[in-house]
Design a protein around this ligand. Structure first.
Ligand code: TXA
Ligand code: MG
Length: 319
């Protein structure tokens, strides 16, 4: 049975033993293992039931460690790292030869970030290798933002999850790559595009028309509850249309007064994006447990972190 603990020595023991742990970051909880252990990396894919074409993010605790992970680092990447690390920005960089194809799914680039969470940093400092960590959810499901979410997903598959409280940012890191002078956004996330553009100027959004899973966090269906989930422009009308069903509502700041609504999650009563992202996945986890027939979500204002939240909600509605 999985244990929920804060004892870093246990983390070190498990990781040195080429096994994986659940660990907190400021975005979401990760399923972490030694990047140099083939066994640990295979376990990550197996436990998550993640397809092997989907590469992993490497987590380090210090900027100095970057030179062993990536080469030919562009100036704009350095600037972004200096500005946002430790933090919720993942950089796609040309990989160092020591990084295996297992981590990068055969790509020439490696994804890397320094997480901004004291327990993640303490665990990284206590072992002498970086940690590969995808979000600690089964493939396609809602990402975990508490240790309990991880324990619920993997009660017997992993030995321990380290309890660092509720994730401060609550959605995954923003992922950017580089092409000459261009900065390309591969995944919207916890740092808004507006913030990134203040540092490096205009960015471009990656184009996924060809369906190739360059960043499968961008797969159409992802982050999904098991309950039927839809986004609606007019939530009130949609409630009316579904009055014969058990309805749950996910809203930004508005309370829907209707006798047909069985449960309601308001992500930020004051309409604060940061608070809303922090609460998003936990609210989805809670609604998903209520045996509702349908969850109806608002469409969020489409700028700043509202854009990242809409991205996740849209993928959650895909069949
Ligand atoms: O906030 C986060 O980034 C969390 C925490 C644990 O750090 N991690 C996370 O990992 O979200 P994961 O595996 O759930 O999502 C990583 C995304 C995937 O969509 C993957 O395809 C993409 O990063 N990715 C990784 N390496 C890549 C590469 N070389 N090129 C393009 N996309 C890459
Ligand atoms: Mg994920």
């Amino acid at each position: 049975m999985i244990s929920i603990t804060k004892d870093i020595d246990i983390a070190v023991k498990i990781l040195n033993n080429e096994q994986v742990i659940g660990f907190p970051t400021e975005t979401v909880y990760g399923l972490a293992g030694n990047i140099f252990s083939e066994k640990a990396i295979h376990s990550i894919f197996e436990i998550k039931k993640r397809p092997k074409f989907n590469p992993l993010i490497v987590h380090i605790s210090k900027l100095e460690a970057l030179d062993k992970i990536a080469i030919e680092i562009p100036e704009k990447a350095k600037l972004l790292a200096k500005t946002f690390w430790p933090g919720s920005l993942t950089l796609l960089l040309k990989k160092h030869h020591s990084i295996s194809d297992l981590i990068t799914a055969g790509k020439e680039t490696v994804a890397v970030r320094i997480p901004n969470h004291p327990m993640a940093l303490a665990i990284l400092d206590a072992v002498d290798f970086p940690l590969a960590a995808p979000s600690a959810n089964p493939f396609g499901r809602i990402s975990p933002t508490t240790a309990q979410h991880v324990a619920d997903f993997f009660p017997t598959e992993i030995e321990a999850v380290f309890d660092g409280g509720s994730c401060e940012n609550g959605i995954e890191s923003t992922i950017v790559g580089f092409e000459g002078e261009k900065v390309i956004v591969f995944r919207l996330g916890a740092i808004s595009i507006e913030e990134i553009e203040k540092v490096v100027g205009k960015t471009e959004m990656i184009n996924y028309n060809d369906n190739s899973p360059v960043a499968p966090g961008m797969l159409k269906k992802h982050y999904s509850p098991e309950t039927h989930f839809i986004q609606a422009n007019d939530v009130e009308a949609t409630i009316q249309q579904n009055q014969n069903l058990k309805i749950g509502i996910l809203s930004f700041s508005k309370k829907y007064q209707s006798k047909f609504v069985q449960a309601q999650e308001i992500l930020s009563e004051t309409g604060n994006f940061k608070e809303a992202s922090r609460n998003l996945y936990a609210a989805m986890h809670r609604l998903d447990k209520l045996n509702l027939d349908i969850i109806i979500s608002e469409i969020f204002p489409n700028f700043d972190l509202g854009k990242s939240i809409n991205d996740r909600l849209r993928r959650a509605t895909e069949k």
